[in-house]
Design a protein around this ligand. Structure first.
Ligand code: DC
Length: 230
């Protein structure tokens, strides 16, 4: 299936980048200010991981499942007003997607082609009408190659680690905290960039935005200016 850009009534904006670069929070706020929907594609990979864990299928068996078997896990994404609601087996999911159990397995799930194929159509359907801000690793490169505005966010590893720690409630992270969190993020970066299918890459036509020294407000404004410039 190709990106059905002919049917769109509004723009698609993609934000890709490594873990902790500020994609999701920026995307959510940009969407809110523009009155667009926000697609957090990482949440879909997490929902599929949760569905697998809940169905009791051992991780060693995940690689043998085809796209059809992945679809049977019943992950959906449905527009509800300005929100996109993610469900697993008909149940709305949210906080549980951030659990340690899901977080430690989702990168493996995201490396499986059947999982990516299963989620590709869901993501494109969510964006079929445009007026969408989508964040992830392959939004501009694979899922929405015809997006109107593509942004690729980067930030120094130490800064990304500090942000993750602060998001997790650590007000003043120590040097040791930052070092160990940096190691965790660097491992995820490697996993996301070196995988065979849809690796994390800056699309050639994406605007590079280094957020290391930007405030959150600066980040949001920079993306909105790009959208308003098209
Ligand atoms: O952004 P996040 O931490 O919620 O992403 C969870 C995992 O899903 C992470 O390992 C990267 C992967 N992912 C992906 O492969 N492609 C996407 N478009 C979004 C996330």
């Amino acid at each position: 299936m190709i990106d059905a850009h002919e049917d769109r009534v509004g723009p698609i904006v993609t934000l890709d980048g490594p873990a902790g670069s500020g994609k999701s929070t920026t995307a959510r706020e940009v969407a809110r200010r523009l009155g667009f929907r926000h697609l957090d594609s990482g949440a879909l990979y997490r929902a599929l991981t949760l569905a697998l864990l809940e169905s009791g299928i051992a991780q060693e068996e995940w690689a043998e499942m085809d796209e059809h078997a992945m679809r049977a896990l019943d992950v959906t994404v449905t527009p509800r007003g300005t929100e996109l609601e993610v469900t697993v087996g008909g149940r709305r999911v949210g906080r549980e997607l951030r659990s340690e159990e899901v977080t430690s397995r989702v990168a493996y799930l995201a490396s499986l082609p059947a999982a990516r194929a299963c989620l590709l159509n869901l993501q494109r359907a969510a964006g079929a009408q445009g007026r969408l801000v989508a964040d992830g690793r392959d939004m501009g490169s694979v899922v929405f190659p015809h997006a109107d505005v593509k942004v690729y966010l980067v930030a120094d590893l130490g800064e990304r680690a500090r942000r993750r720690l602060k998001d997790g409630g650590v007000e003043e992270p120590s040097g040791d905290d930052v070092e160990s969190q940096s190691a965790v993020i660097a491992r995820r970066d490697r996993h996301d960039s070196e995988r065979e299918h849809s690796p994390l890459r800056k699309p050639e036509d994406a605007h590079l935005l280094d957020t290391t020294r930007l405030t959150f407000e600066d980040q949001v404004t920079a993306v909105i200016e790009l959208v308003e410039g098209v």
